[in-house]
Ligand binder design. Sequence first.
Ligand SMILES: [Ca+2]
Ligand SMILES: [Ca+2]
Length: 418
Amino acid sequence: MRASIFASVLAAAAVCGGLLLAVWLVLRPAGAALRTAEFSSATLTPDADGLDDVLRIRYELARPALVSIFLLDAAGTRYTFRSASQRSSGSHAVLFSGIVDGFALAGETVSAEILARVLPAGDYTWVVAAAAPGGDSERRGTLSILSQPAPLPDVRGFSVSPLVFTPNRDGISDRVWINAYLAAPAKLDVSLIDDAGAARPIPEREGTIAPGAAGLHTFEYEGGVDLGVNPPPDGTYSVVALAQDALGQRVRAQGKLAIELGGVPRAEIVNAAVSFEPATIVQGEALNFSLTVENYGTAPLRTTGPAPGYAYKQNENANTLGWFEESGAWRVGLDCDTCIRDYPWRWALGTPEELTKIGDYYYLMPGQRVTISSSVLITDVPERNPLYFWAGLIHEDVEISNVNNRVDPFFVTIVPRN
Ligand SMILES: [Ca+2]
Ligand SMILES: [Ca+2]
């Protein structure tokens, strides 16, 4: 009886021991995660001369770990190359060209955010550290940087103007200029970045300075509207300048830009139809017309006077009334065979009551239709008689598209008054 209890205890102990052994085999501490680490050179001259510019870091992990690679200067300041990056077990190699995460030097003024920078000359301790369950481990060595650091391609005086941009070809705030002063030669890219992080590159204005040279660079953006492409949706965007030099030093400057009332302007004389009357005009009477304009685009159309209903005299034109051509404004005009200038008689796309005032200007809004009726008093009998009159829809200083030019010509006979 006693012997059998003893045997049972012995058996239980054996089973427990076996389980413990199995657990230990599975969970045993595996030793340091970082087996080896080395830098292929103890010196580096990161000056892009092709000599001793790059070294190779090799390390081996016994199991997956978070790997950090950094350098410590004599004062203990830490310069980060890799920060807690997840790496699998096995051998790893990475090139190092002296570029570490951005840092500022004591007493230095830098306008832009420094993203990456070359280590200054000096003696450093390199550290490769692996953090893994069961214990952290690291290896150390020395590295001397023997070249003087290249100047940072700082971006100074970064500006976005205007801050509110209306890419709709109305002649008001249709372009944005971005200025950036590059302190040292570098590749300079400027982009518009939306909330989702999608970037649209903004081209550099040509001809002022060689791309990448130190000095003032200007970028110009019209939202694509000039090419008939819809601009980015209305909203607030970041404008980001990134400069990167030959060594890989990188800086970033940032501003904001609001896009409002954006869109490609599109309008037409509805059905390309104009009702003119009468076909025979006695000198001293008026030629009357009526037509309908529709804004079928997504941008509001800016317009300027005089308002429809203003009765021109034949020898008047919009300029003599003081309504000069305005770049980007839309107007309806009448023209004739003997007219000396294009569309001398011009009217706004609606009355102030029909239009929408935005800022100091009046607009025909997307989807809106307006009927314009007015007249020209015929005071002279032209040399060419009878003659054609026609209408047009003019986007001043931009274009009269073919569908909106010479619309519905009407043959008129002018009878002299005795
Ligand atoms: Ca070198
Ligand atoms: Ca505009």
